[in-house]
Design a protein around this ligand. Structure first.
Ligand code: PLP
Length: 372
């Protein structure tokens, strides 16, 4: 039985080109701070990758601070800006939600979108220096936020703006400067690089206090010997993902076909965020009356790997704060799974998922699917 992997938003399989870059970097074996030949080769590897990562967001290599991942990048910006008031949306990833103890939360509408006017209003009530952090695309639903407009509002109020672009990178063409953001977060393993590497792109010269101290690496913004193999793999994956970002229509077509087939056939099946603009690889869908954990296990037995809509880092399923913010009742939200496609997905994968989902639907709900 061939396994079908449709959990790219949790992590994307490592692209072969990234694996090759990792293997080459492992062979170098030098420290990028050493002045000898191997050290210089390691330094070159880091700087080449920095350029590739910058290319993913139309950016300048000198703006890229390499980190251990998206979580660290989010913490670096939200904690590193010191005592500024933080405003975040209600649908952020945990690494933004938990970075600071005192964020002001801006709500989303039923489609999952932040209201630009509500941010404007909130900023009128804050009289301290502020940083606004709103994600570009949501990890559970794929819903895209109007970042350029939100960043413009923040700028008008003199607030800094950060966007977590971890799930959007490689799925949408991104130009950080055109978006008007001051900071942007990326993660290697969501674009087909290895886990444990990411970046904060810094377009603003405001002082950012390092969260890891003890060395001058990354222009003193992030101490610690560079993870050369991880960085090399991230760079290789970023370069390919940048080229793919403007041509995601095949994945969008597969995702839309998947949703159309299921909602046409299964009474009560629901797609969350479908009325909003979404990245083309993500579908968050509910099977009425069957909790997500049961669906994920049954699909796994059928050889199809997906996540519960609200799978958290510990692997347990929690109530989805994203669906709750969109006004979905807890009992319904518990039945949502997330299907996410990516660079290696083919039509047969989607067919296998749909067949398995419909079989499970019939078996566990006792309902017969409508004739297609
Ligand atoms: N931000 C978003 C939107 C994510 O989906 C994730 C990972 O799931 C992260 C941040 C964290 O990235 P990392 O796993 O590289 O720490």
């Amino acid at each position: 039985m061939t396994d079908v992997y449709l959990d790219f938003n949790a992590t994307a399989p490592v692209r072969p080109q990234a694996a090759t870059a990792i293997a080459r970097a492992l062979e170098i074996g030098g420290n990028a701070s050493s002045v000898h030949r191997r050290g210089r080769m390691a330094r070159r590897t880091v700087e080449d990758a920095r350029e590739q990562v910058a290319g993913l967001v139309g950016g300048v290599p000198g703006h890229v601070v390499l980190t251990s991942g998206g979580t660290e990048a989010n913490n670096l910006v939200l904690r590193g800006l010191g005592r500024r008031q933080v405003i975040i949306s209600a649908v952020e990833h945990d690494s933004v939600l938990s970075a600071r103890s005192d964020p002001k939360i801006i709500t989303v509408d039923r489609r999952g979108i932040v209201d630009v006017a509500a941010l404007d209003e909130m900023l009128f009530t804050v009289d301290t220096p502020t940083v606004v952090s709103i994600m570009l695309a949501n990890n559970e639903t794929g819903v895209i936020q109007p970042i350029a407009e939100l960043a413009e509002v923040a700028r008008r109020h003199g607030a800094l703006f950060h966007t977590d672009a971890v799930q959007a990178a490689g799925k949408l063409p991104i130009n950080a400067a055109e978006l008007g953001v001051d900071f942007l977060t990326l993660s290697g393993h969501k674009v087909g690089g290895p886990q444990g590497v990411g970046a904060l792109v810094v377009l603003n010269d405001t002082e950012l206090l390092p969260q890891l101290r003890g060395g001058g690496q990354e222009r003193s913004r992030r101490a610690g010997t560079e993870n050369i193999p991880g960085i090399a793999g991230f760079g290789a994956a970023a370069e390919i993902a940048a080229n793919e970002a403007s041509n995601q229509s095949h994945l969008t077509k597969l995702r839309d076909g998947l949703e159309d087939r299921i909602t046409a056939i299964a009474p009560g099946a629901r797609v969350y965020g479908e009325d909003a603009q979404r990245i083309g690889n993500t579908s968050c869908m509910g099977m009425p009356g069957v909790d997500a954990e049961t669906q994920v296990m049954a699909l796994d037995l059928a050889g199809v790997m997906v996540s519960a809509g609200a799978a958290c880092s510990s692997g347990t399923v929690q109530n989805s704060h994203v669906l709750a913010a969109m006004g979905i009742e807890t009992a319904e939200a518990k039945c949502a799974i997330r299907v996410s496609l990516g660079w290696s997905t083919v039509a047969e994968d989607v067919d296998k998922f749909v067949d398995a989902w419909l079989e499970i639907f019939g078996r566990l709900t006792g309902q017969t699917a409508n004739a297609a």
